[in-house]
Design a protein around this ligand. Structure first.
Ligand code: ZN
Length: 629
């Protein structure tokens, strides 16, 4: 990288007025010593989370995670690479640059990669021209029009058409000075199966959808067949030095800033699904590139937003894929939602059949992955017999273990009760399962409250203690089989991390007053995750002083970034709302301690019951306020 002399780079750093440079993009105000804050120039936001370190000439955004020095700032705002940023800033500061000798191998690699990117871009431009002007592309134009896709948007996505001839791209590129190995490396041509020395165009008679990196540079293509006779229906670029299968998401460069703003990214399957969603105003949509979701892609989605909306196909395979994706994303900290489109339509179908407004509306009504999973479990269950219902309850219990107390949980219990034709007050405790709230468990013989409490405290205690297992008055049959089938128990599968972040986000959204909810005495109990506890301390200071915390700890910065994005989407932020999230966290913390509470058990159970009552009362108050508002 040492293309320019280090002294020159240092001289530029010293000479450039960084605050003036940033203020060309966004308004800054002073906030503490040597610090300024403003609205982020790289994503849309309402509350400033972009901060500038004036002396070190560094910037960082807690909203979208962008950050770096003055060169990085220019790379991002001017969409240039590092050497170009150096040149631009040298011009600005009036500094004459001297070049240094670069490591010849690195220089060659960089040059080669730049040539491949240039080749891919000129090929993309060629496909685009073909789509809009070639007579042969009439069928492709008609197909895109039949799908109701807006030509302006197709141009923005740089959709194109690869003609049916075997050597168009090959010949034109060779005339422009590209070698066959370069065309192979760019994934634009392939070798003939019979004559290995012969190569020909990889994409023929297909609509081409370019895949770009975050700066919008073309890395490869996905191409859809035009005729029913063409196999396979989709062809993607081959892996090479710039394109890596399973690492990229279609349209991520277009969706990124919108996803950061709304704190949510939509994932669908097809290229036209993505374009349809952008057309409906859902500009935070990205697509899979013809593969099942990979861990790399989950990481990329996680960097884009904190909520992932799955909009995969509604057929049986799509639903399976959805649950699979949910599993993969579960450990990532992403909050999962599912878009339910009517009649098994995908977003592209929906645009054609119902129009952009209806498609947009459908995405205003996403459901949580918990609700989706409950629906799926009920669909697969046999609800005619008592045994079938017991199995359904056993299947539902681990799902309910992931859903915190609140309105959603109450609603789901009622839904399930209706389907199982059981009274919700009977069903609720059955779904709570081992470790669930004892007071709502069915009648125990009066007279020995401690025995009842100990027996109901956890499935494990009941089994090992032996007593109570044969009690005829307890609905044991419904939950004991599950306890033995799932030795780890549902409580341990619950990940409190999301609830912790949600609470912090509500505090941030509620503003200064919420700092009082983050008292030191509470933090140790509320936060099971040390990084979240540290973030709570940093956030408390942030709320009190109005100054974002220092960013030298990348882990802390990452957590703050997530909660800032989450805070942007809190509806009707208020201290009461934040308090509710805090109570739910406390409820979960107490529930986690219960199975191993020993002598403390009765006290904790009383506390848990009181928390539940306060939560339900506060939910009621907030619901009434929301209706009035
Ligand atoms: Zn930002």
């Amino acid at each position: 990288m040492a293309r320019y002399a280090k002294e020159d780079i240092d001289r530029i750093r010293d000479a450039v007025d960084f605050v003036a440079l940033v203020e060309g993009r966004t308004e800054l105000r002073r906030s503490g010593v040597g610090r300024m804050v403003g609205l982020c120039p790289f994503h849309d936001e309402r509350t400033p989370s972009f901060s500038v370190n004036v002396d070190d000439k560094l910037f960082h955004c807690f909203g979208c995670g962008e950050g770096g020095d003055l060169f990085r700032f220019v790379e991002l705002t001017e969409n240039v690479d590092f050497p170009e940023a150096v040149e631009l800033l040298a011009d600005r500061a009036g500094i004459q640059l001297r070049t240094e000798d670069e490591d010849p191998q690195a220089a060659a690699r960089r040059k080669q990669e730049a040539r491949l990117l240039e080749l891919l871009d000129r090929t993309c431009r060629y496909y685009e021209r073909q789509l809009w002007s070639a007579a042969e592309a009439g069928g492709a134009r008609a197909e895109l029009q039949r799908r109701g896709l807006d030509p302006d948007l197709l141009r923005e996505f740089r959709v194109g058409y690869a003609p049916s001839a075997f050597e168009r791209v090959l010949t034109a590129s060779r005339h422009a000075g590209y070698r066959p190995e370069e065309l192979l490396a760019a994934g634009l041509v392939q070798r003939s199966r019979d004559r290995r020395d012969r190569i020909y165009d990889r994409f023929r008679r297909r609509i081409t959808f370019p895949l770009a990196d975050r700066r919008g540079r073309i890395l490869g293509f996905g191409a859809r067949a035009l005729g029913a006779d063409q196999k396979p229906k989709y062809v993607n670029s081959a892996d090479g030095p710039v394109y890596h299968k399973g690492q990229h998401l279609f349209a991520a460069h277009l969706a990124r800033k919108h996803a950061a703003r709304v704190g949510e990214v939509i994932l669908c399957e097809g290229y036209t699904d993505v374009i349809a969603l952008h057309q409906a105003g859902r500009r935070n949509a990205v697509g899979l590139m013809g593969t099942a979701l990979t861990p790399d892609q989950v990481g990329e989605l996680r960097r884009m937003a904190s909520v992932l909306v799955l909009a995969l196909d509604a057929d049986a395979a799509g639903r399976k894929a959805m649950l699979k994706a949910a599993e993969l994303a579960a450990g990532s900290g992403l909050e999962l939602q599912v878009a339910m489109l009517p009649d098994g339509m995908d977003p592209a179908d929906m645009l054609v059949k119902r129009g952009a407004a209806a498609l947009d509306q459908a995405f205003g009504r996403t459901i949580s992955i918990g609700r989706f999973r409950v629906g799926q479990a009920l669909e697969e269950a046999d609800l005619q017999t008592a045994e079938g219902k017991d199995r359904a309850i056993a299947d539902l219990r681990p799902i309910f273990a992931t859903i915190d107390p609140g309105v959603l949980r109450m609603e789901l219990v009622q839904d399930v009760a209706r389907r199982l034709r059981l009274d919700p007050t009977v069903l609720g405790p059955l779904l709570d399962g081992p470790g669930g709230p004892p007071a709502r468990r069915a009648p125990e013989p009066a007279g020995d409250p401690t025995a009842a409490v100990a027996g109901a405290g956890s499935g494990a205690a009941t089994r090992s203690g032996g007593q109570g297992a044969g009690s005829p008055s307890r609905p044991a049959g419904a939950w004991e089989p599950a306890a033995s089938q799932r030795p780890s128990g549902p409580a341990s599968s619950e990940d409190p991390a999301e609830a912790e972040l949600r609470f912090l986000a509500s505090c941030r959204a509620a503003g200064t007053e919420a700092a009082s909810l983050l008292g030191d005495d509470r933090l140790a109990e509320l936060f099971a995750h040390e990084p979240h506890r540290q973030a709570a301390v940093a956030l408390r200071e942030w709320l009190r002083a109005g100054t974002p915390p220092p960013t030298d700890d990348p882990l802390l910065a990452g957590v703050l970034r997530r909660l800032v994005a989450l805070a942007e989407q809190v509806e009707h932020p208020s201290v009461a709302r934040a308090e509710l999230d805090g109570l739910q966290l406390e409820f979960a913390a107490v529930s986690r301690r219960l199975p191993r509470a020993g002598a403390e058990t009765p006290a904790l159970q009383v506390r848990r019951q009181a928390l539940r009552a306060r939560i339900e009362a506060l939910v009621g108050t907030l619901a009434r306020t929301a209706r009035k508002g």
